[in-house]
Write a protein that binds this ligand. Structure first.
Ligand SMILES: Nc1ncnc2c1ncn2[C@@H]1O[C@H](COP(=O)(O)OP(=O)(O)OP(=O)(O)O)[C@@H](O)[C@H]1O
Ligand SMILES: [Mg+2]
Length: 338
């Protein structure tokens, strides 16, 4: 995972103000509570992922942050501004990719971006340069002068990201930014988001139901279920909260005969803290050590190194397996429901 070192709240300097902050933010639609008492803080230089199933309240939260729908109670601040009172000022500072992007189909991609640039006070050569830059960044420069009505869904989504970026915002809010984009394109877009955060110190809030993407790009994650934030933190922190208390080590060994395989199994299984040993399924891949408690993992790693040397086992890899966000998510939702 990337960026964890810069994102843990303990390491963040105390005088950095969050760019997005909500307190008790709540939205009712009739008897339905779409967002329930949400406390959220997103800081400059981080990507925060709102993760939740359909109907969890992600879009409603985003709409309140942009002043596009009014909270029933509680408050939101974006760059210190109240979006319910000053939606225009907020929109000037925040690049927003809606869940359904709308463009003028009869205009080209570039013309649509010009329109957005003009709305944000950008004109002339400055605007043309900025537009070309973002078109290249999202990988759309070769189709920029085609009509948007000829674009695929993924191209529209890329144009949506370009549109959010063209005014050089301080904050990006992206509602499901990659749902229509193909896997290679997703990797490019996620790289772009990382670069923006690193180079410009931007803050990004993105919503998604795609666990692996959130895991690969977000510094911190908020798990949303039925309008409530049921867990918040880095993947490691969430794993500690919602995991089953074990850690997994991957151990690659080059073993020449059955005797060595048996020896490896015995040696690994005998290490203190190792609860069980899962041999490679095809005889080729890595071994997996289930370590309990999870905190013993670093110690077990040292023991594996020592044991390999002692027993003449040729070690090829040794690394902890990052818990799957999938598992964390399931357990967070289940615990919430229990
Ligand atoms: N305008 C509306 N009127 C009534 N109910 C609404 C409205 N907008 C959203 N809701 C309800 O609020 C809840 C949260 O919806 P929201 O769109 O915020 O979810 P989401 O997490 O963005 O879901 P998805 O992953 O499907 O985009 C849902 O139960 C939805 O039906
Ligand atoms: Mg949504």
């Amino acid at each position: 995972m990337t960026g964890v070192e810069t994102s843990t709240p303990q390491k963040r300097s105390t005088n950095v103000e969050p760019v997005i902050r909500t307190r008790g933010l709540t939205k009712h639609y009739g008897s339905l509570t779409a967002v329930d008492n949400l406390d959220l803080a997103v800081y400059p230089g981080e990507i925060f992922g709102l993760l939740g199933q359909n109907g969890a309240g992600k879009t409603t939260t985003i709409l309140m942050l942009l002043g596009l729908t009014e909270p029933t109670s509680g408050e939101a601040r974006v760059m210190g501004l109240d979006p319910a009172r000053e939606p225009r000022l907020v929109k000037r500072r925040v690049g927003y990719l809606p869940d359904a992007v709308g463009f003028y189909g009869g205009l080209t991609g570039r013309q649509n971006l010009r329109y957005t640039a003009r709305l944000n006070g950008l004109r002339g050569e400055g605007a043309e340069g900025a537009i070309q830059d973002v078109l290249v960044q999202v990988g759309l420069d070769d189709r920029a002068d085609d009509l948007v009505e000829t674009y695929s869904r993924g191209m529209r989504q890329r144009l949506g990201i370009a549109d959010a970026l063209v005014k050089s915002p301080d904050v990006l809010i992206l509602d499901e930014p990659t749902t229509a984009i193909d896997p290679l394109g997703v990797a490019e877009i996620l790289d772009l988001l990382r670069t923006l955060v690193h180079e410009r110190g931007l803050a990004i809030l993105l919503s998604s139901h795609l666990l692996t993407q959130v895991q690969s790009v977000c510094d911190r994650i908020g798990i949303f279920a039925a309008g409530r934030l049921v867990g918040q933190g880095t993947v490691d922190e969430l794993a500690a909260t919602f995991g089953d208390g074990s850690a997994t080590l991957e151990v690659g060994l080059e073993l020449v005969d059955d005797a060595q395989v048996a020896r490896a199994s015995e040696v690994l299984g005998g290490l203190a803290g190792v609860e069980s040993v899962v041999p490679p399924t095809d005889g080729q891949g890595a071994w997996r050590l289930i370590v309990r408690p999870a905190a013993a993992e670093a110690g077990v790693r040292q023991e594996v190194l020592v044991a390999a040397v002692e027993h003449g086992l040729h070690l090829t890899t040794l690394r902890p397996i990052v818990p799957s966000l999938d598992d964390i998510y399931r357990s967070a939702i289940l615990r919430r429901a229990a």
